[in-house]
Design a protein around this ligand. Structure first.
Ligand code: SF4
Ligand code: MG
Length: 337
């Protein structure tokens, strides 16, 4: 088997202040193969980060709940692991990089010490080896004069350099899976490209499988082999990068492509934002969650949720337009209807 991570029918809810329930993730399933990069893409609030945090068991306990589903890592269900077992997995088997590097760094501790602590948690090293290994990691992620920089504190690094440090820490124990949640969103475009190149380089050397979470299709194009598009807590389309970019089937995916500036070569191309807003996940309407915004909405869409249709071996979509069981098309005039 070349599958390293398999998420099956994940459902996650949040409690709202008035005892309601927000269904943030609804029946998400996907697989990650060894050494590949899968991008999870969607607008903010679509459930991307919640999905990632659930599989790392990092959701806040007070107000969130994994209601159903399984997360198989090398065949074993992580959702059944104890807190202790999970701590062992985190960092050594599955690592995470977040948007803001400061959330992963301790501002009061030198960079060198932080990396060495990370290393020591999962492997026994002698002190001298530890220092050398930490400096090597800094060098690997492209920090100039790593030996000297070991003594510096996080605030003495630029944003891009800090994210490099976080990546070094995430890779310290050769994890098999790296979860990167908007890792370059806070950085300017040039630095962003450098960090993405760095991640690709390291992946070539280590064979780490990557899940990259982003709202930016430019990042998807430069990093991923496969894409899962999320909307309102569901994966509504999944396929290879080529299938998603050149043969998108879901009206939402098409809308995303048209609204993304980076993909348009010609500056004059008019960007078309998707009109409307996603549904309230605490009060989901019947039927397709995209119906209120969909230019192709049909009567059936308002009553029944579309189920997954296979377009090819690698491409599937949840939309009535692609489902041959859909009743004879009854168009509803005007989007937003
Ligand atoms: Fe649009 Fe209907 Fe497809 Fe939903 S199922 S995306 S409303 S056509
Ligand atoms: Mg997010």
């Amino acid at each position: 088997e070349d599958t390293i991570l398999k998420i099956d029918n994940l459902h996650v809810s949040f409690k709202t202040h008035n005892d309601g329930e927000t269904k943030a993730v609804r029946g998400v399933s996907f697989e990650l193969k060894k050494g590949e990069t899968l991008a999870i893409v969607g607008e903010s609030g679509s459930g991307k980060s919640v999905t990632a945090k659930s599989l790392m068991r990092l959701l806040p306990k007070q107000n969130s709940m994994i209601k159903d589903g399984q997360v198989f890592y090398e065949g074993k269900d992580l959702l059944k692991y104890s807190i202790k077992e999970m701590q062992k997995i985190r960092g050594s088997e599955i690592s995470m990089v977040f948007q803001d590097p400061m959330t992963s760094l301790n501002p009061t501790m030198t960079i060198g010490k932080q990396i060495m602590e990370g290393l020591r948690k999962h492997q026994a090293f002698r002190k001298k080896e530890l220092f050398k290994k930490a400096a090597d990691l800094l060098e690997l992620v492209g920090i100039p004069s790593p030996m000297e920089r070991m003594k510096d504190y996080p605030h003495q690094f630029s944003g891009g350099m800090r994210q490099r440090v976080v990546i070094a820490m995430a890779l310290a124990c050769n994890p098999k899976v790296l979860l990167a949640d908007e890792p370059t969103t806070a950085l300017d475009v040039t630095i962003q490209a450098q960090i993405l190149d760095l991640m690709k380089d390291l992946q070539k050397k280590t064979g780490t499988a990557i899940i990259i979470i982003t709202h930016d299709l430019g990042v998807v194009a430069s990093m991923a082999q496969r894409v899962a598009v999320m909307y309102a807590g569901e994966i509504i389309e999944t396929g290879t990068v080529d299938e998603i970019f050149y043969e998108p089937k879901h009206p939402y995916t098409c809308g995303l492509l048209l609204s993304m500036p980076k993909l348009h070569a010609a500056r004059s191309t008019k960007l078309i934002p998707i009109p409307g807003i996603p549904p309230d996940l605490g009060q989901l309407p019947e039927g397709c969650p995209f119906a209120a915004r969909c230019p192709y909405v049909m009567k059936v869409c308002h009553s029944f949720s579309p189920s997954k249709t296979e377009v090819s071996e690698t491409h599937s979509v949840s939309c009535w337009l692609e489902d041959e069981r859909a009743p004879q098309v009854e168009w509803i005039d005007g989007a937003g209807g």
